[in-house]
Design a protein around this ligand. Structure first.
Ligand code: NAI
Length: 338
């Protein structure tokens, strides 16, 4: 906990009363890994979200500084900081949504899978905390490799007897953000008006943009399809190379994660028609996890949508994606089971 004088108890009580009078919905959100490249910008954006009443910032380093800084923003959410493993339980207790960008990012020449050895253990520890302190929370898992960390989280929750597949979502929102941007560039459209479903997973060929289903309806030449598919699949590597050793996507990721977290909160609030792509437990293919469009509601991912009609290019891509995904999922599952 940050020094007590930063959070006088009667001050918090007053804020609670004030909120109760106004009837404003307020969700409690924790960010684990909040002092990192993604975590800091994400904390900033979540502090600006009017649906958030309490924001917990947890990290193993530097969270007091980030908390002090963010807490001076004149927006509604009350910010509290938590530092190190002994404060994990306090950070998690009472939360509605836990967003996890903790772990190491890629350096040039690395695949997301190269991060497995370090990040698998971090995700396990954090999810054990979630199972113990806030078993009904919605989890947004950002730490890579998402294709393996989501199965790891699922196994941890199963072991603890708290697994609810609707409440565990791997964040693939950046792939959609990139797809909308790149397709918008090719079509000369405002990316805000473009909707590209991106399915499969979150690494290389497992990232499968369904360009035949882009809204507004449009068509692409084979060259455009090839260019867009590759650029969307390699978007993360493009940033890793440009940052030349200083990390991977953090700003665009924080933006995408904040949008996705907001969609989860709107779902929890009961808004209708909230649909986003996410990597979830799925029966859409023969694989136990798969990214596709999901409808977000009070229960989390309440409905997982089918892929819809694919063209030949996408059918071939899907087969490649499934092959790699199957291995990554198995690797994650084995990490806990064996
Ligand atoms: P970063 O290194 O800047 O920040 C990571 C933070 O996690 C650090 O502050 C570190 O202290 C913290 N951390 C490490 N171990 C921890 C633990 N046990 N508990 C709590 N916090 C812990 O890394 P960055 O750039 O923020 O990336 C974070 C993760 O997000 C990486 O695994 C990266 O690959 C992934 N990522 C995922 C994307 C996606 O689309 N899902 C996109 C971009 C990155």
């Amino acid at each position: 906990r940050i020094a007590a004088h930063l959070n006088p108890p009667n001050f918090e009580l007053r804020r609670e009363e004030c909120r109760a009078k106004g009837g404003a919905p307020g969700f409690k959100v924790a960010i684990l890994g909040a002092a990192g490249g993604i975590g800091q910008s994400l904390a900033l954006l979540m502090k600006m979200n009017p649906l958030v009443s309490v924001l917990h910032l947890y990290d193993v380093v530097n969270s007091p500084g980030v908390t002090a800084d963010i807490s001076h923003m004149d927006t509604t959410a009350v910010v509290r900081g938590f530092l190190g493993q002994p404060q994990l339980e306090a950070a998690l207790t009472g939360m509605d949504l836990v967003v996890i960008p903790a772990g190491v990012p890629r350096k040039p020449g690395m695949t997301r899978d190269d991060l497995f050895n370090i990040n698998a253990g971090i995700v396990r520890t954090l999810c054990e905390g979630v199972a113990k302190c806030c078993p009904n929370v919605v989890v947004n898992l950002i730490s890579n490799p998402v294709n393996s960390t989501v199965p790891i989280a699922a196994e941890v929750f199963k072991k603890a007897g708290t697994y609810n597949p609707k409440r565990l979502l791997g964040v693939t929102a950046l792939d959609v953000t990139r797809a909308n941007t790149f397709v918008g560039e090719v079509l000369g459209l405002d990316p805000k008006t473009v909707d590209v479903p991106v399915v499969g997973g979150h690494a290389g060929v497992t990232i499968l943009p369904l360009l035949s289903q882009v809204k507004p309806p449009c068509s692409f030449t084979p060259e455009e399809t090839e260019y867009l598919t590759k650029r969307i699949q390699d978007g993360g590597t493009e940033v890793v190379q440009a940052k030349a050793g200083a990390g991977s996507a953090t700003l665009s990721m924080a933006y995408a994660a904040a949008k996705f977290a907001d969609a989860c909160l709107r779902g929890l609030k009961g808004d209708a028609g909230v649909v986003e792509c996410a990597f979830v437990a799925s029966e859409v293919t023969e694989l136990p996890f798969f990214a596709s469009k999901v409808r977000l509601g009070r229960a989390g991912a309440e409905e997982v949508y089918q892929l819809g009609p694919l063209n030949e290019y996408e059918r071939i891509g899907l087969e490649k994606a499934k092959k790699e995904l199957a291995e990554s999922i198995q690797k994650g599952t084995n990490f806990i089971k064996k």
